[in-house]
Structure formats: structure tokens, C-alpha cells
Design a protein around this ligand. Sequence first.
Ligand code: HEC
Length: 134
Amino acid sequence: MTPFVCWTLFLSLFLLQEPAPSPAPVAPIPADAARAVNPFKPTPESQARAKKIYGYDCALCHGESGDGKGGAAVDMKLKMRSYSDPEALKDLTDGELFYIIRHGKGAMPAEEEARAKDEDVWNMVVLVRSFARK
Ligand code: HEC
């Protein structure tokens, strides 16, 4: 093979390459889910329950006080928002927070029905928002 043929072959192989697959897009939150409104009125008991579940399932990443400095998040070098900052959640609706907690997002696992009923998840939405008011 002459260098010219070699080069042409190389070039055509290079040009015929499939483009690299781009990462799977994150599914957007359905509009009706984003508009959902908390149907449960939080009570001291339901908030205490949400706080307990948060302690088991969320604090390892989001931190006991919602500062985003939980041990697992630090170890995994996750980029976390601090919920003590009142700006942190201002662009997300309650419905979006519910959806993210229930379905997970990126590195965050879904909180399944078996671990938290809808009422518990709604109470976690209230809890997470309350971190900013301290
Ligand atoms: C493995 C670590 C991890 C655990 C456990 C975890 N989260 Fe998250 N969470 C994240 C990360 C990372 C994000 C940002 C995801 C993104 O935007 O890609 C996030 C996002 C969120 C959001 C959306 C607002 C934001 O900060 O972007 C809420 C609300 C939330 N988490 C609440 C919870 C609750 C409640 C639990 C427990 C049921 C929980 N998380 C468990 C890591 C975690």
C-alpha cells in the first residue's frame, strides 16, 4: 500500500466513525407532577416522622441540618445545595421536590413507597424547605 492509500483509508475510517453517544438525557419532570400541591396538612407528628426518615435515608448526603455536607456526599464528591440558603430551592416547586425525592435524580436514589408513603414524602418537602428558616 502506498502512503497515499494508507492515508485515505485512515481518513475515511476516521470520518465514518459514529459520533460518540451523548449521555442519556435526564427525563424532565412531567408538568402535572411539577404543579402538584401537598394534599396533607403537616402536623407535629407527621413532621417528626419525616424527620426520622430523613435521618435514615437523606442525612447521609444532605446532612442532618440540610447543609449538603453529609459524609456520603463528601466521600462521593457530590455537588450539593445547602438548604440553609433560602435561595437554594426557590426555583423548584413543591411538586418538583416531591417528584425528585420519589424518583431520585442523578446520584440521588429514589425514595421508594416501601420506605416512605406519599404523606411522608410530602412532609419531607416541608422539612427540606424548613431548613432555610433557621
Ligand atoms: C446519595 C446521596 C443522596 C441521598 C441519599 C439523597 N440525596 Fe437528595 N440529592 C442528591 C443529589 C446529588 C442531588 C442533586 C441531583 C441533581 O440535581 O442532579 C439531590 C437533590 C435533591 C433535591 C432537589 C433539590 C436539590 O438539592 O437539587 C431534594 C429535594 C432532595 N435531594 C431531597 C432528598 C431527600 C428528602 C432524601 C431522602 C429521602 C435524599 N434527597 C436522599 C443526593 C442525595
